[in-house]
Each structure stands twice: as C-alpha cells, then as structure tokens.
Design a protein around this ligand. Structure first.
Ligand code: UDX
Length: 449
C-alpha cells in the first residue's frame, strides 16, 4: 500500500518515519523545499532523539521519500495520513485551516479509492466534516473516499519510542473495510488496538490530554496548599503514587504545564463544550490553576526582594520541558517578560532552546554553561529540569552567585540537601529554606551597588 503523510511537524514526520521503519512505503509531503532537502539527508527539522537516524536509514533504503509535489503524491495514494497542526484561535477553539487545505489538495488530485486518516488533534465531529468535504469536492465521482480517525499520543522528546512502542493505537472508523485497512497498517507494531467510531476516537484524544493536564493542575494545587500547612509535596505525591488507581505518573508539581498540546487541547475542549451549551468545570479549573501557577515563583521573588530593578537574574532552562527545543507555552517566556519589565538583567542558559528563545528575546544575554549564568547573579530561576541544570551542586550556587537565592520551578533538589547550605531555596509545594533570612531585603539589594 502506498502511504502519503501530509505535514512534517512532530505528528506527521514521526508518523511517516515510524511507518517506514516497520516496513511500509511512505511519502512525506511538505511545501517547504529546503526542509524537504534537509530531511532527505537525514537532518530532522525538529530536535527529537532517534528521529534523524530513522529519516536517514529509511530514506537510504527507499522506504521513506520526501516531496513538495503533493499532486503526484496524492494521485495514487492508498492512504493519506493528515498530520498538520491545529493551532489555537484567539477564542481557544482549534483552527482547522491546515487540515482543510490538505483535504482540498487530496480531493483535487486523487485518482483512486483512498482512506484518509486524520492524525491531527481535531474537535469532535471533524472527521465527519472532513469526509463530507472530500466527497463534495472530489474531481472524479467514481472514486470512493473514506475517513478514519487515528489520534496520536506521542510526547516530545520521546516521540519515536512513544510511536514505535505505543501503549495503545486508537482507530475510529465507520466501516469494516476501513477497520481492516487500519489494522493491517498497524499489524507490525504489535500493540493493543482500540477500535471505535470516529467521534469516540476524537474524544479519546482530548480526554486523555485533558486528564493528564488536570492531574498536573491538581497536584500543583495540592502543592500550593502543602506550603501553607507544612506538608511536603514530594512526599505527598510519593505516598499517593503507590495506589495503582492513582499511579506515579504526572504527579510532579512545578510551575505548570506548557507545550504544544495541553494548553491548546484544554482550551479547545472547554470551548467545544461551551459551544454545545455545557461547561466543563474541571477543565476550566485546570486552565485557571495552570495560568496562576506560572507566576508563582516570580511572585515569591518580588516578595523576597521587593524591587528587581538592576538585579542580575540567572534563568536556567527555557524549553517547556527537557528533551526538546520547543518553547511553545513554556513558562520561561512570560516569566522573562515580567523580569525584564521589572528592570532585571536576565542571563539565560538552555542546552538546546537558546536559538528559538533568541527569536523572542534577542537582547538578553545567553551563555554556554549553567555556571556562567550564575556568575555574580542575585537570584536564579529554574524553569526546566535539564540534567545539566540538576547537576549544579548547592555549593556552586554559593560560590558563583552574588546572592544565592534560588527559585526552583521544577523541584530539582531534595529539600534536606538545601538546608544549612547558606542558600535561600524556594521550590513548589515545600516550605522555603531560608538560610539567608537574617539578610534583609535592603542588604540583598545593596549587594548590587
Ligand atoms: C503531551 C502528552 O504527554 C502526549 O501524550 C500528547 O500526545 C501531547 O501532549 P508533551 O506536551 O510532549 O506531550 O509533554 P509532556 O511530557 O506530557 O509534558 C507536558 C507538560 O507538562 C510539560 O511542561 C511538563 O513539564 C509538564 N508536566 C508533566 C508537569 O508539570 N508535571 C508532570 O508530572 C508531568
């Protein structure tokens, strides 16, 4: 079967590369010629462990092709996977323009029966609309075109593994024929397959992402409350995690979730429910808690030193999580904005996110190592728990910083390790360690004079 994948972002490119890896013949379509040329050489346009190797290997053995010539690609495709973006509109709803642009190209060019598989995260009911659109716009009415929903559950940084060793494959179909084709395609993966109708498949995707986001906002609220009553969120989460009904995943408190999915998909589902006259209260709360959580440590910093004007602030970690260069909805972005607005001098470090951050903040100082960030700093923020950052020892903060006050948004350190070290340590869901408490705010500020 000839498989074509539309879109070479996270979803499309990883889908195409992994389908070719298990033996299918795949053509990836993108409009960007430069990007296509790079991918042909095995250069992945996104930072994703293992992806470059898959691109190179399967391009070399002829299983994976790249082209801008979508007309020829769609012409004789048996299956077209749509893996383009569905970005957030201003009102929170999903923008489906890219999906329908691809649909137009497919309906204009296919010359034989084709199964169109929607991998992009789309609002419930979209697959029906896609099928209707394709059928209405077909140039040749003798062709049978059908649509299947096949949502993607990969996480950035582990996308290849998440796809090749998926925990489940969800297939939403309306006919036995489509079900059989999809099962055939996924046979080599040897993973559990959930077959359902298209609307349920679309809902599974949103419900899964929104549940994970809810879990994070829940643990973050409990963390905030822990601080007030003297409990320790790390111990609380551990104690909860032994219950298999709760599990040990997504219980890590911090300064909130970011990324290309959770923020967008919580808003999209909330919007969609509202549009249907229903308020998803848990999702509304998830969004609100996350919004508030982002600035938690910034507020603590303001409270600690009063004015940030003229202070040198070390920013450790820029990406929305480790293992990716993606900055979408990263808590670092609005926090750096606030630091700059307050008149702080920001020095930033991230092992891979620097180039992307420079596009947003070209004028702050970037350094090559976490240690350089700390030199002479009056306070430091950790926004991403990269290994390079977790490796900094408490003594290094003391040796390198002008004033060792650390705001750790990812709870990178054990609280006991930070006691008696001569450093002020603020984290999430744990009582602040105030070794410098005898130093007044004025004294802290005076160190910059
Ligand atoms: C997520 C889903 O995991 C994936 O299944 C879906 O297909 C796309 O969205 P991703 O956005 O790549 O993947 O990252 P993920 O690892 O889920 O983390 C998302 C955000 O939540 C990050 O900002 C991370 O720091 C945060 N997070 C995660 C927490 O704050 N606490 C946790 O316990 C887990």
């Amino acid at each position: 079967m000839k498989i074509v994948v539309a879109g070479t972002g996270y979803v499309g490119l990883v889908t195409g590369a992994c389908l070719s890896e298990v033996g299918h013949s795949v053509t990836c379509v993108d409009i960007d010629e430069k990007k296509i040329q790079k991918m042909k050489q095995g250069i992945s346009p996104i930072y994703e462990p293992g992806l470059g190797e898959l691109l190179k290997k399967n391009n070399d053995n002829g299983k994976l092709n790249f082209t801008t010539d979508y007309k020829n690609a769609y012409k004789d495709a048996d299956l077209v996977f749509i893996g383009v973006g569905t970005p957030e509109r201003e009102d929170g709803s999903a923008n489906l323009d890219y999906v329908f642009n691809v649909c137009k190209q497919i309906s204009d060019n296919i010359e034989k029966d084709c199964l169109v598989v929607v991998k992009s995260t789309v609002p419930i009911g979209t697959n029906d609309k896609v099928e209707e659109f394709l059928r209405e716009n077909l140039k040749n009415n003798d062709i049978h075109v059908e649509v299947a929903s096949n949502p993607e559950f990969l996480a950035q940084g582990t996308a290849v593994i998440d796809t090749l060793y998926a925990k489940r494959i969800v297939i939403g179909v309306e006919s036995e024929k489509a079900e059989n084709i999809m099962k055939e395609i996924y046979k080599p993966y040897n993973q559990p397959i959930v077959v359902t109708n298209r609307r349920s498949a679309e809902m599974i995707k949103y419900a899964s992402n929104d549940f994970l986001a809810l879990k994070i906002s829940f643990i973050n609220e409990i963390a905030n409350f822990c601080e007030m009553v003297g409990a320790d969120i790390e111990d609380v989460a551990k104690g909860m995690s032994f219950d298999p009904r709760i599990g040990d995943k997504f219980l890590k408190a911090g300064i909130g979730y970011g990324g290309s999915c959770f923020p967008k998909d919580t808003k999209a589902l909330h919007w969609l429910a509202n549009d249907n006259g229903y308020e998803l209260k848990t999702i509304k709360a998830t969004i609100e808690v996350n919004q508030n959580q982002k600035y938690k440590l910034f507020r603590a910093a303001k409270q600690r030193v009063g004015s940030l004007k003229g202070l040198k602030v070390a920013v450790l970690g820029l990406t929305f999580k480790p293992g990716t260069d993606d900055l979408r909805e990263a808590p670092s972005i609005p926090n750096v904005r606030r630091l700059l607005d307050e008149g702080a001098e920001v020095v930033a470090y991230d092992p891979v996110g620097e180039d992307n951050f420079k596009r947003i903040y070209p004028n702050i100082k970037y350094v090559e190592t976490p240690e350089e960030t700390l030199e002479g700093a009056h306070m430091a923020f950790i926004f991403t728990e990269w290994d390079e950052i977790k490796k900094i020892s408490p003594t290094q903060y003391i040796e390198l910083m002008n004033n060792p006050i650390l705001f750790d948004g990812r709870n990178c350190y054990k609280i006991n390790d930070m006691r008696n070290f001569g450093i002020d340590y603020y984290s999430v869901g744990r009582k602040a360690v105030l070794n410098l408490k005898n130093k007044s705010n004025k004294e802290v500020a005076a160190t910059i004079m």
